[in-house]
Design a protein around this ligand. Structure first.
Ligand code: AMP
Length: 500
């Protein structure tokens, strides 16, 4: 009966008949077994249907990370609905936009915000779920029995994930059953996940990384997860000796490196450290290898495409690159409609079963970014070497054009990061009366420290004049979002008036 629903069928296949196998352990709570996880998901599906959810309806959830929230995701897909997770940090006004745009049948929110969010929930039935797995949704689910997953086809939608919307309005990326299961199957096999694995899961589950990469891959392998509500260095260090894999954003690795207990011995049981969602510095990669004996495997993807490239499991994991296109995925670099030769920088496009179905109710945006022959224009600037390894050099919108010349922030950042006394940097373009845009470097010094004049002096011999920062600002830390991405938009706003 699970066969009728393609994503659920795949997510359940490895655990069928292994009902007592543990899916998740949590600090201070009982383990959750596979049989109970799926029984819980069936009750969630029945609860949603009892509130009127029909196939194709959206089920939105703005809830804290919990295993009940994973059951809600699975239950929504079982009910034939389209799951729509939202970052708990979004304000009521932001939630109002998503609800107005996606018109969900059911909206699940934190009980503490129920009253204010009800005002923006429109026609949606409002149910609640807190971080401990309590709330009106659970009460409704508790009274339900089993559920036969609703039949769906591979091209039916399973989820809508809104992009972070750093330029303009946030867009709902429509992901089909096939988009999700095909990518997770590819990753499971590429990264060799099996039922023997124990994956440390410390990522948020409103984003593609924690929900689809980490959760789906673990389920498809019938593996176990150490389910942590958020990144916590102490819990992760405690879990390392009995775990086999960690999926993290680069900040996980830099924060863990700051812990003295991190040693090769502590990581001896681990077989794989994976990083993605933001660029991993070469330096972090090297320090991690020195401290643990493991080479981090870096991969690249985005909400619209799931994962597109990965460094190999066997073979060279090249620091600073995001590896080769995954099996079944094609990648090319384009400039003004022409494919560029190897090694040249242009806009990366990808094609394959991983690529989404378009933006929810935005046909013009979809047409701008998704070509009729299936190539998706990622908006990332990249180059591909002769072994097929892709290097991301930044977002196209972060490109600085100074005096008519292109400056790729990554080139300048890499040189600055190599200077003594520099921890990390972000290079941005800000309005300039003569040059259109001027290069500005925002630098985080190490404890030993450095100053703006030393940085400018060191760069002057290494970079063409137009690439040299017209201003170097020192900051304690760079603004980042929950996925560890540097918020260049916030930096551009902060330094916008520097030359005008
Ligand atoms: P999101 O849709 O929030 O997952 O963001 C996707 C974007 O994150 C991509 O378009 C890239 O700009 C960036 N990104 C993801 N993984 C990497 C990586 N390994 N290296 C550099 N940038 C990355």
């Amino acid at each position: 009966m699970y066969d009728a629903n393609p994503l659920i069928h795949h997510l359940r296949a490895a655990s069928l008949g292994r009902e007592d196998a543990v899916f998740a352990t949590r600090p201070g709570a009982d383990p959750l077994r596979y049989g109970d996880l799926f029984a819980g998901a069936e009750r969630m599906a029945a609860a949603l249907v009892s509130r009127g959810v029909q196939p194709g309806d959206r089920v939105a959830a703005q809830v804290e990370k919990s295993l009940a929230a994973i059951e809600l995701y699975l239950g929504a897909v079982m009910a034939g609905a389209v799951f729509l997770p939202l970052n708990p940090a979004y304000t009521d006004a932001e939630v109002a936009y998503f609800i107005g745009d996606a018109t969900p049948r059911v909206f699940v929110c934190d009980p503490a915000r129920r009253e204010s969010l009800r005002a923006v929930a429109g026609e949606a039935a409002v149910l609640t779920l807190d971080g401990e797995g309590q709330g009106s949704l659970m009460e409704l689910a508790a009274g339900q029995a089993g559920f036969d997953p609703v039949a769906r086809t591979p091209s039916d939608l399973a989820a809508i994930l809104y992009t972070s919307g750093t330029t303009g309005r946030s867009k709902g990326a429509m992901l089909s059953h096939e988009n999700l299961y095909s990518n997770s199957l590819t990753l499971r096999d590429h990264w060799r996940f099996t039922a023997e694995d124990v994956l440390i899961h410390a990522l948020p589950i409103f984003h593609t990384h924690g929900l689809f990469v980490a959760t789906n891959v673990a389920l498809l392998a019938g593996a176990q997860v150490v389910f942590l509500p958020r990144f916590d260095a102490e819990f992760i260090l405690a879990a390392l000796p009995t775990s086999t894999a960690l999926m993290g954003v680069p900040t996980f690795y830099t924060r863990l490196l700051a812990q003295a207990q991190l040693t090769p011995d502590l990581a001896a049981n681990m077989r794989l450290f994976i990083s993605g969602s933001a660029p991993l510095l070469v330096e972090t990669h090297e320090q991690w290898e020195a401290r643990t004996g493991h080479r981090i495997l870096e991969r690249y993807g985005m909400t619209e495409t799931n994962m597109s490239t990965s460094n190999p499991y066997d073979g060279a994991r090249i620091a600073g690159t995001v590896g080769q296109p995954l099996p079944g995925v094609e990648a090319r670099v384009m400039l003004e409609g022409q494919e560029l030769p190897q090694g040249e920088i242009g806009v990366l496009e990808v094609r394959g079963p991983n690529v989404f179905q378009g933006y929810w109710q935005m046909p013009e945006k979809t047409a701008e970014e998704l070509r009729p022959d299936g190539w998706f224009i990622t908006g990332d600037l990249a180059k591909i070497d002769d072994s097929g390894y892709v290097t991301i050099v930044g977002r196209e919108k972060d490109l600085v054009i100074s005096g008519g010349f292109n400056v790729y922030p990554k080139e300048v950042e890499t040189l600055i990061d190599d200077l003594p006394g520099v921890l990390e940097s972000a290079v941005i373009g800000v309005p300039h009366p003569d040059f259109g845009e001027a290069v500005v470097a925002v630098v985080v010094p190490t404890e030993e420290g450095t100053d703006a004049a030393a940085i400018q002096a060191a760069l002057s011999g290494q970079l063409a004049k137009f690439k040299q920062p017209k201003h170097v600002a020192l900051m304690q830390e760079l603004p980042r979002n929950t996925m560890g991405k540097v918020q260049k938009k916030a930096l551009r706003e902060r330094f916008a008036g520097l030359f005008t």
